[in-house]
Ligand binder design. Structure first.
Ligand code: PEP
Ligand code: MN
Length: 337
């Protein structure tokens, strides 16, 4: 249930409403906007008579949130969530570029690519140290050595780090090296992991599951939000369909759908969504035009010998050229990159 207070509601009136909500067994999430305060009351009480709150002084409106996700919903919070990490804002006007290799492979590789990323003007370095591979015989990532290398390469180039956490036992370790935790598509419904990441004080990027509906994806975000972490962004990385020409089917329309239903930023990942290098630039351009708040793009200087996802990695030159095109598209919709 959402309780909207009157613009001129006093502190005392707000406190009184909160006390009533507590008395009726609701948990409260308060959002103080420029104009008015909104109280989100969480609690499964299908028969609760909202008039009990509506009659209190200072209350302007009370309504039920019909979507199963509450904290993630636009009716709970009208304004976009803006996630601030050092001098980077995600969800505001600037489109956040997160680029780098699929996996950290060596010191030489990650330092070379971090330089490419920084020179392009991007602010966030991506790279996996713990890799969710379909085969147990494929490269599984460098683990902590990879995290150390990526942190050093990022620091040298004044970049932030985003990297995937696969399980609860890795959280503390990864927390020492990363700025943003990535939850991979395969873990989108790993509820114990989501709850634990709800307790960390760093932003989370939640990738859409391989065959998850938008509602299921938002429910997973709700797990993190309800555990206390408000800095959640979503990432569309393509879904499984019957189509075989591409690795996944890029659901471009999820960007405006999520923007309508939720206040959380949406990142697009055209690399995993297509799986093929020659299709990445077109889908990256489309994602910016569709309103994505950021892009995740895989790059590699020697993709033929990459230890994971070589076929979808852009070469540095193609990436730099794409970056310039994206700037033009961003400008056309009054955004920056
Ligand atoms: C990745 O980012 O390298 C990755 C494994 O992504 P996804 O979880 O979307 O497959
Ligand atoms: Mn990858």
């Amino acid at each position: 249930m959402v309780v909207i207070l009157e613009n001129n509601a006093t502190e005392e009136q707000i406190k009184n409403v909160e006390e009533h909500l507590h008395k009726y067994g609701f948990e409260i999430h308060k959002s103080i906007g420029a104009q008015r305060t909104i109280l989100g009351a969480i609690g499964v009480q299908p028969n609760f008579d909202t008039r009990k709150i509506k009659i209190l002084d200072g209350v302007s409106e009370v309504f039920r949130v019909t979507a199963p996700y509450k904290l993630a919903s636009r009716s709970f919070q009208e304004s976009n969530t803006v996630i601030k990490i050092k001098d980077v804002e995600i969800g505001a006007n600037q489109i956040a570029m997160m680029s780098g290799p699929c996996s950290v492979e060596s010191e030489e590789q990650i330092f070379k690519l971090a330089e490419v990323v920084a020179k392009s003007g991007a602010k966030i370095l991506r790279g996996g140290a713990f890799k969710p591979r379909s085969s147990p015989y494929s490269f599984q990532g460098m683990g902590e050595d990879g995290l150390k290398l990526m942190r050093a390469a990022a620091d040298q180039n004044n970049l932030l780090v985003i990297t995937e956490v696969m399980q609860i036992s890795q959280i503390d370790l990864i927390n020492q090296y990363t700025d943003i935790f990535q939850i991979g598509a395969r873990n989108m419904q790993n509820f114990p992991l989501l709850k634990e990441l709800g307790k960390v004080d760093k932003p989370i990027m939640l990738k859409r599951g391989l065959s998850a509906t938008i509602e299921e994806w938002l429910m997973s975000a709700e797990y993190i939000l309800s555990a206390g972490n408000k800095d959640v962004m979503l990432c569309e990385r393509g879904i499984r369909t019957f189509e075989k020409y591409t690795r996944n089917t890029f659901d471009l329309s999820s960007i405006p759908v999520v923007h309508k239903k939720s206040h959380l930023p949406v990142i697009a990942d055209p690399s995993h969504a297509t799986g093929l290098r020659d299709q990445v630039p077109a889908m990256a351009r489309a994602a910016v035009a569709a309103g994505a708040d950021g892009l995740m793009i895989e790059i590699h200087h020697d993709p033929e010998n990459a230890l994971s996802d070589g076929p979808q990695a852009l070469l540095p030159d193609t990436y730099s050229k794409l970056f310039q095109e994206l700037k033009l598209i961003a400008k056309a919709i009054n955004r920056d990159i």
